[in-house]
Ligand binder design. Structure first.
Ligand code: ZN
Ligand code: ZN
Length: 378
């Protein structure tokens, strides 16, 4: 045991992840993974490094122990993180050292290195200069398949994130009122996202009336009116690093008959996609399960995005629930199911749950009602 008590035997889990990444890199013909601060680095070591202009880089080589290269002024933070506690070798560099030459020395003889997908272009190019003739590939090809299959500890972390965002939704009717602006309601929601156990607020969408027809509308100064349907799509990241993301639909007072008709179709579409989830089916078929219901209801043209996205250390990651993705679902994969129907200029609706593919079916991590939540207009 360590003093990092959020995940039991965390050290062992991080060591196992690095071992798998080494094996997978080797099989893919990659001599070393070079990972700058971000979710791949955090996934393999537990270290939430600051993304700075100074180079921090985890070097994972096929036949050797991993090394974490850090600026010396970041060394205390690295040592205090799970990476330090696990005994990972940490090599510091001083302000006037060339960290790119240091990394190049650690991977001398390599023919191919893989860089994390979100590395800054500045670092990519400087590594290219430091390693002339060495082929650069994307580390995501190796790490994303590992991250996609969540461990029991990760599922527990996602379950906690889901419960926390459910508690926020439970209180939305207290804040959502005719006469208030989206921004005012959003401020109350953001405060609650933190209060219910998230470390950060990642996004707050309050799309009232016609604003609901723009899927990524965030907040505006529009005053909420009686009769408005309101899309509330919110998420944050817990201290353990795992994300929540959940959409529920509210209406202030009496909704229009036309809204209710399309909402009924949406509700059936979302349920059909969730029911379809089990090991062995493809991501594309989950998308189709939702899309077919919406198309049969006559709203096919108004469902303008994919059905969902994987979630974990990032809000959007593999697997994507989209037409053409033949990725087969396996136990431990976690993703959103979030079909929507958007009537431009009038209103929009979306229902979103995070679900996990289990050994024999599906577990929904968001448990609030899918029914339209009616809040009084007065
Ligand atoms: Zn969402
Ligand atoms: Zn989402």
């Amino acid at each position: 045991m360590t003093d990092h008590d959020e995940v039991p035997s965390a050290d062992h889990e991080f060591q196992e992840r690095i071992r798998r990444a080494q094996a997978s890199a080797g099989e893919s013909g990659i001599d070393a993974l070079l990972l700058s601060p971000g979710s791949d680095l955090r996934y393999l070591t537990g270290y939430q490094a600051l993304p700075l202009e100074r180079l921090t880089c985890l070097v994972v080589r096929a036949g050797a122990d991993p090394v974490l290269v850090v600026p010396n002024l970041e060394r205390p933070a690295a040592e205090a993180s799970p990476a330090g506690a696990s005994g990972l070798e940490i090599v510091g560099w001083d302000e006037t050292d060339d960290p790119y030459a240091l990394v190049a020395g650690l991977v001398s003889g390599a023919g191919t290195v893989a860089l994390d997908n979100q590395m800054w272009a500045e670092k990519v190019l400087r590594l290219r200069d430091a390693l002339p003739g060495v082929r650069q590939r994307l580390a995501g090809d190796v790490i994303s398949p590992l991250r996609m299959r969540k461990s029991p500890a990760e599922i527990t972390a996602l379950r906690e994130a889901g419960a926390a965002i459910d508690r926020v939704h439970a209180n939305v009717p207290n804040w959502l009122k005719a006469g208030r602006t989206e921004r005012e309601v959003g401020a109350d929601i953001a405060e609650a996202i933190r209060a219910e156990g998230h470390a950060t607020v990642d996004f707050v969408i309050v799309g009232s009336g016609p604003n609901g027809a723009s899927p990524h509308h965030e907040l505006s100064d529009r005053v909420i009116l009686p009769g408005d349907p309101v899309v509330v799509d919110i998420g944050g990241t817990t201290p353990a690093g795992y994300c929540s993301d959940c959409t529920r639909m509210y209406v202030v007072g009496e909704p229009s008959a036309d809204f209710l008709t399309s909402y009924e179709v949406l509700q059936r579409a979302q349920a059909a996609a969730v029911d379809h989830v089990r090991p062995g089916v493809t991501c594309a078929s989950v998308d189709a399960a939702a899309r077919d219901v919406i198309a049969q209801g006559g709203y096919g043209e108004l469902f303008i995005h994919r059905t969902g996205h994987g979630i974990g250390l990032e809000t959007h990651e593999d697997p994507y629930i989209i037409q053409g993705n033949d990725q087969v679902l396996e136990p431990g994969m976690a993703f959103s199911i979030e079909p929507g129907i958007y009537h431009p200029g009038r209103h929009g609706a979306r229902i979103e749950d995070i679900v996990v593919c289990t050994d024999d079916g599906v577990e929904a991590l968001n448990r609030r009602t899918h029914d339209l939540v009616v809040v009084p207009a007065e």
